[in-house]
Design a protein around this ligand. Structure first.
Ligand code: FAD
Ligand code: UDP
Length: 361
C-alpha cells in the first residue's frame, strides 16, 4: 500500500500533523497506533458509572502560545478552569505551588508579599552554580521547605534523589511572591468541554486520515510504501535498542469510584511525605461533571510499564544523544513528541512542535 505520509502514534503529536496534512495539504495519511484508542496519554473516557475520567492521569490544558490555543479551539470549546492543587504537609492541606498562603499556613505566620520574599531569602541556601533539581529548590526556599514539599515527593515520582535530576524537573514549579494560588499562570487555560477524546476525534474528521488501532508499526511497515514517516514512539525502540534502553518513568493509576458526591477539597491533592502514591485526582473537580458518585485516582510511580516521562538526568540525556546522532542520518523519518524526542513536553509544547514540523514538510 502506498501513502505519502505515514504517522506512528495517535497521540496529540501524531494527530496534529495528521490533521494538518489532511486538511491543509489535502493529502492522504495513515496513522498507526499500538493502543486500542486515539489520543495517546490525553485519552479520557466515561467509566462504568458514567463519570468522565482521564485514563492516564490528570490533564490540564494551559499555554501562553496563542496560536496553539486557537488551533485546538477549532476542535473543542473550553470550560473555564483554573487548576488548583493542595499538598498535605504536617497534617495540613496547603496550596501548591509556593505562594504567600503556602508559607503562612506552613509556619502559622501572617506575612505579606514583601515579608514572604524576605523570609525565603533568609532560608535560601547559597549552592553556587545551580546544577540539579535539589539545588533549584534549596537555593530558592532552603532546606526545611525542600524537605517538607519537594524531597520525598520527587523521590517517589522519579525513584531517585532530586540531586540526581537535572534542573528542569523542580523548575517546573514556580515560587510566587503573591497570593495567586492557581497551579498554572498561563494566559490560556481550560478543560475541553466534552473531553480530550472528543477533541481528538474532531481533529481527525477527514476522509484523508486512515487510523489503524491495535497495530504496532513494526508489524506492517515493511508492507507499506511512503515518502515520509513521522514517528512519535520511543526513540530507543525505533533503533531496536542498539544504544541500550532509555529510561522512561511510568505510573500505575489506581481508580476508585466512591458512593459519595465529593472526596477532597481540590481537583488534585499531593502527598509528598505520606503513603506510596504521589497524588490523588478527583475527576469531577476537573471536568465540572454533576454526579451522585465520584471517581478518584491514586498515582503510584514505577519504572516498569507504559513509558510516560523521559528520565531527566545527565546520563540519560547523553544516551539519548547517541540516538539523536542516528536520527540526523535519516532522510525519510521525522521524530516528534515526548517519547521520540525524549523531552518532558506539555500538551501545548507538543502541539507547537507538531505545527512546526508540519510547516517544514
Ligand atoms: P503520547 O501521548 O505518548 O503518544 C504517542 C503514541 O504513540 C501512543 O499512543 C503510543 O501508544 C504510540 N506508539 C508508541 N510506539 C508505537 C508503535 N511501535 N506502534 C504504534 N504506535 C506506537 N500535559 C499538559 O499540558 N498538562 C497536564 O496537566 C499534563 N498532565 C500529564 C499527566 C501525566 C500523568 C502524563 C504522563 C503526562 C501529562 N501531560 C500533561 C503531558 C501530555 O500527556 C503530553 O504532552 C502529550 O500526551 C504528548 O503527546 P505525544 O503524542 O508526544 O505522546
Ligand atoms: N514536585 C514536588 N512536590 C510537589 C509537586 C511537584 O516535589 O508537590 C516536583 C516533582 O519532582 C515533580 C516536579 O516537581 O516531578 C514537576 O511537577 P509537576 O506537577 O509539573 O509534575 P507532572 O504534572 O508533570 O507530573
Amino acid at each position: 500500500m502506498k501513502f505519502k505520509y505515514v504517522i506512528v502514534g495517535a497521540g496529540l503529536a501524531g494527530l496534529t500533523v495528521a490533521e494538518r496534512i489532511a486538511n491543509v495539504m489535502d493529502e492522504k495519511v495513515l496513522v498507526i497506533e499500538r493502543r486500542g484508542h486515539i489520543g495517546g496519554n490525553v485519552y479520557d473516557s466515561y467509566n462504568e458509572d458514567n463519570i468522565l475520567i482521564h485514563n492516564y492521569g490528570p490533564h490540564i490544558f494551559h499555554t501562553n502560545d496563542r496560536e496553539v490555543y486557537l488551533y485546538l479551539s477549532q476542535f473543542t470549546k473550553w470550560n473555564d478552569f483554573w487548576h488548583r492543587v493542595l499538598t498535605y504537609v504536617d497534617g495540613n492541606l496547603i496550596p501548591m505551588p509556593i505562594t504567600v498562603e503556602t508559607i503562612n499556613r506552613l509556619y502559622n505566620l501572617n506575612l505579606n508579599c514583601f515579608e514572604m520574599k524576605q523570609f525565603l531569602e533568609e532560608k535560601a541556601v547559597d549552592v553556587g552554580e545551580v546544577k540539579t533539581s535539589r539545588d533549584v529548590a534549596i537555593s530558592k526556599v532552603g532546606r526545611d521547605i525542600y524537605e517538607k514539599i519537594f524531597e520525598t515527593y520527587t523521590k517517589k515520582q522519579w525513584g531517585v534523589d532530586p540531586a540526581e535530576l537535572d534542573t528542569s524537573v523542580i523548575s517546573r514549579i514556580p515560587i510566587r511572591f503573591n497570593r495567586d494560588t492557581r497551579y498554572f499562570a498561563d494566559k490560556y487555560q481550560g478543560m475541553p468541554a466534552h473531553g480530550y477524546t472528543r477533541m481528538c476525534e474532531n481533529m481527525i474528521k477527514n476522509r484523508n486520515i486512515k487510523i489503524m488501532l491495535n497495530t504496532d508499526y513494526k508489524d506492517i511497515i515493511d508492507d507499506l510504501e511512503y515518502d515520509t514517516l513521522i514517528y512519535t514512539g520511543p526513540a530507543d525502540e525505533f533503533y531496536n535498542y542498539k544504544h541500550g534502553r532509555l529510561a522512561y518513568r511510568s505510573i500505575k493509576f489506581e481508580f476508585e469510584t466512591l458512593d459519595r458526591e465529593e472526596y477532597q477539597e481540590a481537583p488534585v491533592v499531593n502527598y509528598p511525605n505520606d503513603y506510596d502514591y504521589t497524588r490523588i485526582t478527583e475527576f469531577k473537580k476537573l471536568t465540572g461533571q454533576d454526579h451522585k458518585k465520584t471517581t478518584i485516582c491514586k498515582e503510584y510511580p514505577c519504572s516498569e510499564g507504559e513509558p510516560y516521562y523521559p528520565f531527566p538526568t545527565k546520563d540519560c540525556k547523553a544516551q539519548f544523544a547517541l540516538y539523536e546522532e542516528e536520527m540526523k542520518k535519516e532522510t525519510k523519518v521525522i521524530f516528534l513528541g515526548r517519547l521520540a524526542e525524549y523531552r518532558y513536553y506539555n500538551m501545548d509544547g507538543v502541539v507547537r512542535r507538531a505545527l512546526d514540523v508540519f510547516n517544514m514538510l
